[in-house]
Design a protein around this ligand. Structure first.
Ligand SMILES: Cc1ncc(COP(=O)(O)O)c(C=O)c1O
Length: 479
């Protein structure tokens, strides 16, 4: 009888389950991409699902690999389905999923070079490639980290270190005036959360109002800065969106960058979603000025077809990496005269980390960089076409003309009184999602509820979206 350990590491079982899984996923992918008739978000009451898995775990009998995989497929949201237009989560290109599997088995943990030699070299190569494509200077450098939230925190920690006065990393940030950061009121919540983690509190947040297109208003920057300074705050940075989460709005980066330079503020751009526009000749203009940032964040798991997670944080001056997290740890990070670039844990919040660059390298080298240009152009084009469609329908209204692949709109039929449109659309969305033919989400724009579509799937087309409008009208009659 083989021991459980031998069974757990049996290469033949792995081969057989691996083949079975890849075959199943390949079939799944084909069916889903071809708009299989299935609930896209198979809605179940959360408590019911939780109970089901608890029961399964408590059951002393083993479950078969097939049983587990089928259950998981049935109960998951299907991002590759062209009628899935919800949040900003990429339907991963299959090669990137293979890279994840590969990386999971090797489990090279990346903290220092010796526990991830190829992974470390790949990370540096991917970062240098990205920085170059973004037009960042040769002196720039960066890290890959696990998500835009950690990415924004990393950028803002650099801001504090470089503009906070003294050496906040070593001495604490308590001496001197309270620190503050100027942030668009349309920023992702992770930016404010980062400031709170850093101890800046509500007082450290200077919220920047936006105009009717939801862009930061450059003419207000100077008075807001002066007001914060008069209030006794030491403003260290300004954060811009490229683009915002809710509506996909790009801030005027050149103006904000110029203001930051003039006032010696750190310029951080949250380009988690929209930074990849740099790959599309048609939409590159949206990120003009991004190359002037001091730090920026781009998520590969949003508009770069990778599975969660992989985020690039790029710093204009790469040497800042040595100052943000400067620490010694005899067992891992001994003191050295020349700080070794290859021991990445010196430069990130994380210690153990996945081989985040591998999926990007594999996608780039087996499919080609052009895939990003095609992806951005196609999904941003579709958003514009959908917006035109909506503008042509008297019972629908756009919240704002889309700049990216995010479209916010709502149904406003005459029979629903003005003032109840938000609630009506929220009810309608719940019905639509429960019915399962489409998955869409909602957001609040200037205090009003709107339906929100993120066109992440490159195979969604205008026919799908025409059907969506028909479905909305149909459900509208029922709610
Ligand atoms: C603009 C923006 N920044 C940051 C984030 C946070 O990224 P993550 O979910 O990878 O932590 C998001 C996520 O939606 C986002 O849209």
């Amino acid at each position: 009888m083989t021991s459980l350990l031998e069974q757990a590491f049996d290469g033949e079982i792995f081969r057989q389950q691996g083949h079975q899984l890849i075959d199943r996923l390949a079939d799944y992918l084909q069916q889903v991409l071809q708009r299989a008739d299935m609930p896209i978000m198979p809605w179940r009451e959360p408590a019911e699902l939780r109970h089901e898995w608890q029961q399964l775990l408590a059951d002393p009998l083993p479950a078969s690999f097939t049983e587990l995989t089928e259950k998981l497929l049935q109960q998951s949201i299907h991002l590759h389905h062209p009628r899935c237009c919800g949040h900003q989560v990429a339907p991963p290109a299959p090669i990137t999923a293979l890279a994840e599997l590969f990386s999971a088995l090797l489990n090279n943990s990346m903290a220092v070079y010796e526990v991830g030699p190829a992974g470390t070299a790949i990370e540096k190569a991917v970062l240098a490639w990205l920085a170059q494509r973004l037009g960042m200077p040769a002196a720039s450098d960066g890290v890959l980290t696990s998500g835009g939230s950690l990415g924004n925190l990393s950028g803002l920690l650099a801001a504090r270190q470089e503009r906070g006065g003294g050496d906040p990393w070593q001495e604490g940030a308590r001496a001197g005036l309270p620190l503050a950061v100027m942030v668009s009121e349309e920023s992702h919540y992770s930016v404010v959360r980062a400031l709170k983690i850093m101890g800046l509190g509500n007082q450290g947040l200077v919220k920047l109002p936006v105009d009717e297109r939801l862009q930061v208003r450059p003419e207000l920057l100077e008075p807001m800065l002066l007001a914060a300074q008069a209030n006794g705050q030491h403003v260290i940075a300004i954060v811009a969106n490229a683009c915002s989460t809710s509506t996909g709005t790009y801030d005027p980066l050149p103006e904000i960058g110029a203001f930051a330079r003039k006032n010696n503020l750190w310029f951080h751009v949250d380009a988690a979603h929209g930074g990849a526009a740099c790959f599309s000749p048609k939409y590159r203009h949206l990120v003009a000025g991004l190359e002037k940032s001091d730090s920026l964040v781009i998520d590969f798991h949003k508009m770069m077809l990778c599975p969660a997670l992989a985020t690039a944080v790029v710093f204009r001056d790469g040497t800042v990496l040595n100052r943000i997290f400067s620490q010694k740890a005899g067992y891992l990070l001994p003191e050295q005269q020349q700080i070794p670039w290859q021991d990445i844990a010196r430069n990130t919040i994380e210690c153990t980390k996945k081989m985040l660059g591998l999926k990007i390298m594999m996608l780039l080298k087996t499919v080609g960089e052009g895939v990003f240009s095609e992806y951005i152009t196609r999904t941003y084009d579709l958003a514009r076409d959908f917006a035109s469609l909506i503008n042509g329908e008297s019972d629908f209204k756009l919240a704002v003309e889309p700049q990216a692949n995010i479209v916010c709109f709502r149904h406003q039929p005459d029979r629903v009184p003005d003032g109840q449109w938000g609630e009506y659309n929220a009810r309608l969305r719940r019905q639509l999602v429960a019915h399962g033919r489409f998955y869409i989400v909602q957001t609040t724009v200037v205090g009003e509820i709107y339906l929100r579509l993120t066109l992440m799937n490159p195979f969604t087309n205008l026919n799908d979206l025409q059907e969506l409008l028909a479905e909305i009208r149909r459900f509208g009659q029922l709610v």
